[in-house]
Structures are given as structure tokens and as C-alpha cells.
Design a protein around this ligand. Structure first.
Ligand SMILES: [Zn+2]
Length: 252
């Protein structure tokens, strides 16, 4: 018994998109800011949406600090970035984008309220797969700090998948008063992990991914140099472009 369990927990990630069996092919990307989901999995949503997957995106913060322009105050920037996210997601095969209200960019702290808001979207959308940030990653290699909001969003998304969305006595008012049901997510795909176990080859649509990212015009108005940098980061030694994930397949 023990060895079976060990085998189950240490099994390598399966290859290819998940086989959902008789469950609908639904994926939800949970991101801290506008543009995060596009960096993380826009190539995968582009490809899978053509294979019958319904992709959704949830953005947790208002993105209000994503500018150095002192004239661009939150009341103008927030709707601008939401419109950019909707356009970029539409270009990447995403059906709908949800935005939580009341969470300021840069200040996404772990709270029961935030957990409940994310659980509500999971119970509405009923995803088979949740894509999100890596909550365990404080540094990326030797060059980057993983943003506080990214870590919080990744941790909240993980806790929302298991056990909060699944169990009846977490946020029971959503079931009793809002007509929602418990929901069991089967897989978590973590972008930005230093320990990826699953690769999606996006070579055929990498330019579409770049074009989708450039729809975040408030962020990449100049485009050029930064896009060259990310293009290099997605390119492997074999010349193929990829999105990489740590893939967690929940056994129950
Ligand atoms: Zn971000």
C-alpha cells in the first residue's frame, strides 16, 4: 500500500492536454494582474481553445499601479487595463475574463474574503484545469523576484482548488444563497516554476502570443526590446518555443 501511494505521488506528469473523460474541457487561469495570464499561458489557451477547450481568465487585482506616468491615475488606468486584458484574451482564444473588485495592485494580501471570491469563480466556471502563478517561488533563478501579488494569487488559487471550492462547508452561503455547487478541480498547471514538468510547444503560434501581449498597450507601448527579451526566454536550445508548467494532477 505504502509503495503504491509513493508511486502515485511521484508519478511523472502525463503528456498532452488532460483527458477529461466525460467532464467538459474547461480551463481557468487565475492571475494577479492584467497581462500575467498572457505571459503564463496565452499560447496554451490559443492552442487548446482550437481543440474544444473553453478557457476563462480571472484577474485578482485592479492593475492600478502598472504605470510610471504620474498623470495616469487609477480611475483612468484600471478600465484601460481591463479593456486591454479583454482584447488580449479574446486574441488568445479565451471566452471570458473576470475581474475581482476591491483588490489594489501591489496590495494583494491573503484573506478569507479573497479566498471566497476566487472560490466563487471556480464554482461558477467549473474548470477541469486551473492555471496560476507559483506560490512557492520567491526568486526566479538569480535575476528576478516573484512579485508579492503573484505569490498571493498563486497561493489563493491553490487553496481555492483544494480544499475550499471542493468542500461543502467552505463558503456554504455560496451554495445555500447563490445557487452554486461544490467543484472538484482535477489539475493545476503552474507557470513561472523553476521545476516545470510539462511543456506545450507554441512555436506555430508564438507570433500570435506576442501580438496578444502587445494589446496591453499601456504596458508595452514601445514593444520592441522587451518583446525580443521574452521571445528569447521562450525559445529552447532546439529552436522551439514553449510554455512550461509544473503540472499537478490531483488524485482525489
Ligand atoms: Zn503581474
Amino acid at each position: 500500500m505504502t509503495s503504491n501511494l509513493e508511486e502515485t505521488y511521484s508519478a511523472p506528469a502525463p503528456e498532452g492536454p488532460p483527458d477529461t473523460g466525460d467532464r467538459p474541457k474547461v480551463a481557468l487561469a487565475i492571475a494577479a494582474h492584467p497581462d500575467d495570464a498572457d505571459f503564463g499561458c496565452a499560447g496554451t489557451s490559443n492552442l487548446w481553445s482550437k481543440q474544444g477547450w473553453d478557457f476563462y481568465v480571472l484577474v485578482c487585482t485592479d492593475g492600478s499601479k502598472g504605470t510610471e506616468d504620474a498623470e495616469l491615475t487609477a480611475d483612468r488606468l484600471v478600465p484601460m487595463r481591463q479593456a486591454e486584458q479583454r482584447a488580449a484574451s479574446a486574441a488568445s482564444g479565451v471566452k471570458e475574463v473576470f475581474f475581482l473588485e476591491g483588490y489594489t495592485d501591489g496590495e494583494l494580501d491573503y484573506s478569507r474574503e479573497l479566498l471566497g471570491d476566487v472560490v466563487r469563480i471556480i464554482r461558477k466556471v467549473k474548470p477541469y484545469v486551473v492555471f496560476t502563478h507559483d506560490p512557492t517561488q520567491i526568486f526566479h533563478g538569480n535575476s528576478f523576484v516573484n512579485h508579492h501579488d503573484h505569490r498571493t494569487a498563486g497561493l489563493i488559487a491553490t487553496d481555492a482548488v483544494y480544499p475550499a471550492a471542493r468542500d461543502r462547508w467552505n463558503f456554504p452561503e455560496q451554495i445555500d444563497d447563490e445557487g452554486l455547487e461544490t467543484h472538484n478541480v482535477k489539475e493545476i498547471f503552474i507557470w513561472g516554476s523553476d521545476k516545470p514538468t510539462f511543456t506545450v510547444d507554441i512555436t506555430d503560434i508564438v507570433e500570435e502570443k506576442i501580438q496578444a501581449l502587445l494589446l496591453h498597450t499601456s504596458q508595452f507601448g514601445e514593444g520592441g526590446e522587451f518583446m525580443e527579451f521574452v521571445r528569447k526566454r521562450w525559445k529552447g536550445e532546439d529552436g522551439r518555443f514553449t510554455e512550461k508548467f509544473r503540472r499537478v494532477t490531483l488524485v482525489r
